[in-house]
Design a protein. Structure first.
Ligand code: ADP
Length: 211
């Protein structure tokens, strides 16, 4: 289990697909990397084992996957990433930026799939090895914006992206509730703003926080 205070350099990006979180995670990483040692990861992913679990989770042909299996696979991928990659990096004093973490599980499997939030919270404690992000950026976007961005991009939809708009609305509302419940950790951003505006806002928040 991580020692308390270890999370000070742990920053996460959250939001529904096409909200623009990965774009901003990369931009923050590129700017921070000029000033200090940092690491950019994606959850699920980042380790050999977690990437294999990711491909099981996102495979469109796995239509029979139960919601509980889905939950546990996300937690398994996360536990491996926390122990193998995140904790060692934080112990070395590096800044870790993660594209998604356990708030995604609360939003998608809890609010989106409708699994019991208490169970999801308990599972999140196991999967994260009780590591909590210090700061989390949430990109909030209208479903219309998501639709327009999807149509413009050539990205093939994965198993979760292929869910309908009602599912996304539940996930979005879930994220808004999570942010409200954790006001000290969350920055709620309008993901419909321009890439450059968002990049500058995030940079100002992070430099004030870290330096
Ligand atoms: P996510 O990680 O949330 O799925 P991405 O960062 O991959 O989202 O962005 C999804 C698509 O939207 C990409 O084609 C990207 O270029 C575009 N995009 C990202 N941020 C913005 C923005 N602020 N305004 C307009 N388009 C954006």
């Amino acid at each position: 289990m991580p020692e308390s205070g270890l999370n000070r350099n742990f920053i996460t990006f959250e939001g529904i697909d096409f909200s623009g979180k990965s774009t901003q995670a990369v931009r923050l990483y590129n700017r921070l990397a000029k000033k200090c040692s940092c690491l950019l990861l994606r959850d699920p992913g980042a380790t050999r084992i977690s990437e294999r679990i990711r491909s099981i989770l996102l495979d469109n042909s796995h239509t029979e996957m139960s919601y509980w299996t889905e939950l546990l696979l996300y937690e398994a991928a996360r536990a491996q990433m926390v122990e193998e990659t995140i904790v060692p990096a934080l112990e070395e004093g590096r800044i870790v930026i993660c594209d998604r973490f356990y708030d995604s599980t609360t939003a998608y499997q809890g609010y989106g799939r409708g699994l019991d939030l208490q169970f999801v919270g308990n599972a999140n404690q196991i999967g994260s090895c009780r590591l909590t992000p210090a700061k989390t950026f949430l990109f909030d976007v209208e479903p219309g914006v998501v639709r327009a961005r999807k149509e413009k991009s050539n990205r093939t939809e994965d198993r979760l992206e292929a869910e309908g708009m009602e599912f996304l609305e539940r996930v979005r509302a879930g994220y808004q509730s999570i942010a409200k419940e954790n006001p000290d950790r969350f920055y709620l951003l309008d993901g419909g703003r321009s890439v450059l505006e968002l990049e500058d806002t995030i940079w100002n928040i992070i430099t004030n926080y870290l330096f």
